[in-house]
Structures are given as structure tokens and as C-alpha cells.
Write a protein that binds this ligand. Structure first.
Ligand SMILES: C[S@@+](CC[C@H](N)C(=O)[O-])C[C@H]1O[C@@H](n2cnc3c(N)ncnc32)[C@H](O)[C@@H]1O
Length: 402
């Protein structure tokens, strides 16, 4: 069955591309582009021929004139060009690639069996869908777009013209990375009040305009389902860094006898209280809570914000992850399940597991890994772009002492 977020097809006119400037790479920097990696970093650029403006489409050539493809230029970013065509291709003056990729991204999701039973879904996941700089989330009848490149901001109107008939959405809200002034409705109307979404039998209020990310952590949908399954009626559950109560409500849905959620942001805490009445909602700092509250839990979600936004933050992030696990393990009953996450790309799965092991050794706890966790299928990773991997999770079990 076709879900409600997929509608009729559209075609409409777009601006013509002007003649292209060319970014020439330094000697030996062609290989990633031959393998269709979508980024040209500033350090790979030898010189630029022509005078491209921020957001222009440029051609990219190797040191010996090999035509490597075309992409979006951003002189102010370390990622100087984000590629959307490879090989001896030239720029598509009507940008039909944009329409084709948006249609493709929506089409496969519309029938994917792992994306049923929710009206909140990521429709476009940037490089993962061949659309660098563009993320689009559907929340019931509304869309939230996150545009992270000057080129995608320039295309905003055209993207709206494509999405409106395809999705039948009532309104779309544009969000940026940097400048709040540019945030606005792209089409239709988007209320300043939270809207309600329904995910696998759970109803959440989502603040589309002001909430973190685009309003909700859609990437934890499958982990919330797992949390629900682990929350049997005799279970005492703890949702740490709970935001608006994603895991807390899933634990209630599973029938947990007691659910505690800890979050430091006041707007998120207020929505948490609305989403999951009956949960003990603590407005405060997680490390402080873990040091002071002496209760023990059978099921814990540990989903902190990204501790390492840059490579140089990795050591400090590992120390912070280790401390958190040390304290969380002190609050875990023997036999407890712990769902633990890192959403820092720079802390890869292997390093994250080492940090958890080191905390377990210091805490005198034995842990089993029952599974690995990650983003659901509406957040695809392009194999050509390993930098797109960011969410590493472990399902851990605290082994009872012999
Ligand atoms: C990755 S998000 C959690 C998402 C949530 N698990 C969900 O599925 O919706 C991290 C959350 O931690 C909160 N936070 C950051 N630092 C905190 C702290 N020291 N104590 C409590 N909450 C914190 C942020 O406000 C944010 O809501």
C-alpha cells in the first residue's frame, strides 16, 4: 500500500546553469573522485579557473585535464565541492538530476517494508540519496528541510515545487545550519505549535521550527522499538539524555513498571512531560543525576549528544563516554540491558566498543554485546561516502555475577 506521504508526480521549470568554472585538482588527488566520493576538500584544490560564486555548479578536473565530474561550489567550506555527477559528464542545464533523485528517494521509501507504521520518516538523506546538502523529513502532514550548502539554498524554491505535489504536504519549513534569519516556510503554512506524529503505536509532539535536528530523532526509531520490546512489566527503565521522551514513551508502551527520564533542555523537558505523562521526568544534568540517584534499573538508554564534533575532540570525547558508562553501569541491575550510543562520526564503532570495555573493566562489570545498533533504512549510507556514518550503538547485557 502506498503510504500517505507519497503523492502524484510533478514537473516544473528550473533556472538554466551558466557556463562553468573549473576546479583543477592537485597532482594525485583524482582517486577518490574516480571512486565517486562526493567531496572535494580544499586541500585537494590546485587552482580554480573562472570566477565561480558560492553555490555555482563547477566542473572538476584532474591535474592532467581528466574530467572527473560536476558539483556544487562553496568557497567558504573545507568541503569545496560537493559532487553530483561523475566522469566526463557536463552540468545538466535543467538540473533534471535533482528531480530524478528526489523522485527516486521518495519512491523506494514508499514501499519499503521496514518503513511502515509511521507518519514520520526521513525522505531525503543528503549524500546517502545522492543529494549532498539536502535533508528532508516528513512529520505527518508537514515537511522540514535542512539545507546545508549555498547551492541547495539557491535551489530551495525548485525543491519546494518538486516536493509539494510529490508529498501532498500541507506545508514545508526550511531550516539552515548557520543562520536563523533564513529559516522560513517554503510552501504552505507550518504552525509555530508542536505537531503530533504517530510512530509504531507511539504518539509524540514535535516542535518543527525550534526542536533539535529537524524536531525529532528519527534515526532512533528502530532502537525505540527494541527498547519497547525489552520493557517487560516488571522492568524499571531509565532514559538518559531523553530529549522529548523517545525511549521513555517506548518503555511505557512496553509496560515497564517505572520509567525515569533525564534531560537538561527545558523546551525538550516540557515536550517530554506532554509526550509521556506518568514518566518521572527529571530536568537536569545526566552525570549529576547518576552520581546522586542511587536507584538501579533493568533497562537503560544512554544517548548523549555528539561529544566529538571535530577530529581533535576525540580524546576528550572518549574520556566523557567512559565516565558516563562507569556511572551508568553503577545504576544497572545484574541482567540489565543497556542501549548505548555515540553519534560522533569521529568515534567509530571499534573505538566506541573499546571505551565501553574500558569503563566495564573499571566498574568491575562483565558485559555481553547482544547486537549492534544504528540508523534505520530511511537514513541510507552511500558506500562511496563512509563519512556519512555517524550513529554507533551497542545493545549490552550486564552479566550476573556467578
Ligand atoms: C542525542 S539527543 C537524545 C535523543 C533522544 N534519545 C531521542 O531518541 O529522542 C541528546 C540529548 O541530550 C541532551 N543533553 C545534552 N547534555 C545533557 C546533559 N549534560 N544532561 C542531560 N541532558 C543533556 C540534549 O538536550 C539532547 O536532548
Amino acid at each position: 500500500m502506498t503510504p500517505p506521504w507519497f503523492g502524484a508526480s510533478s514537473t516544473s521549470s528550473v533556472a538554466k546553469a551558466s557556463s562553468l568554472a573549473t576546479v583543477h585538482l592537485r597532482e594525485g588527488r583524482e582517486r577518490p573522485l574516480r571512486r565517486e566520493h562526493p567531496w572535494v576538500l580544499s586541500g585537494s584544490v590546485d587552482h580554480v579557473e573562472g570566477d565561480p560564486e558560492s553555490g555555482d555548479v563547477v566542473r572538476v578536473e584532474g591535474a592532467h585535464g581528466e574530467r572527473l565530474g560536476v558539483g556544487d561550489y562553496d568557497p567558504d567550506s573545507q568541503i569545496r565541492v560537493r559532487m553530483h555527477g561523475f566522469g566526463p559528464t557536463d552540468a545538466d542545464p535543467d538540473e533534471d538530476w535533482l528531480l530524478a533523485r528526489i523522485e527516486a528517494a521518495l519512491a523506494w521509501r514508499a514501499t519499503h517494508p521496514a518503513l511502515r507504521d509511521t507518519d514520520a520518516i526521513r525522505l531525503i538523506h543528503a549524500e546517502g540519496d545522492g543529494l549532498p546538502g539536502l535533508s528532508v523529513d516528513r512529520y505527518a502532514d508537514w515537511l522540514v528541510l535542512k539545507l546545508t550548502t549555498p547551492a541547495m539554498w539557491r535551489r530551495a524554491q525548485r525543491i519546494g515545487e518538486i516536493l509539494q505535489p510529490l508529498t501532498g504536504a500541507q506545508g514545508a519549513w526550511l531550516r539552515g545550519d548557520t543562520s536563523v534569519q533564513t529559516e522560513r516556510a517554503l510552501f504552505g503554512s507550518v504552525a509555530d505549535e508542536p505537531v503530533q506524529i504517530h510512530e509504531r503505536g507511539r504518539a509524540y509532539w514535535v516542535d518543527l521550527r525550534h526542536g533539535q535536528k529537524t524536531g525529532f530523532y528519527l534515526d532512533q526509531r528502530d532502537a525505540r522499538d527494541l527498547f519497547r520490546r525489552l520493557a517487560a512489566p516488571d522492568v524499571r527503565a531509565l532514559d538518559l539524555f531523553s530529549f522529548t521522551g523517545g525511549f521513555a514513551l517506548a518503555a511505557q508502551q512496553g509496560g515497564a513498571r517505572e520509567v525515569v527520564a533525564v534531560e537538561s533542555s527545558l523546551p525538550a523537558h516540557k515536550l517530554l512531560c506532554r509526550n509521556a505523562p506518568g514518566v518521572e521526568a527529571v530536568l537536569g544534568d545526566v552525570p549529576e543525576f547518576l552520581r546522586k540517584d542511587e536507584r538501579r534499573f533493568d533497562l537503560i538508554a544512554l544517548d548523549p549528544p555528539p561529544f566529538a564534533r571535530r577530529k581533535r575532540d576525540v580524546s576528550a570525547a572518549c574520556r566523557a563516554y567512559k565516565d558516563l558508562h562507569l556511572w551508568a553501569l553503577r545504576r544497572a541491575q545484574p541482567g540489565a540491558h543497556l542501549l548505548s550510543f555515540s553519534c560522533s562520526h569521529h568515534v567509530g564503532a571499534e573505538l566506541f566498543a573499546k571505551v565501553v570495555l574500558s569503563a566495564a573493566l573499571d566498574a568491575g562489570a562483565e558485559l555481553q554485546v547482544l547486537g549492534t545498533l544504528g540508523a534505520p533504512p530511511d537514513h541510507p549510507l552511500a558506500l562511496t561516502h563512509p563519512q556519512g556514518a555517524y550513529l554507533n550503538g551497542l545493545l549490552l547485557r550486564v552479566v550476573e555475577p556467578a
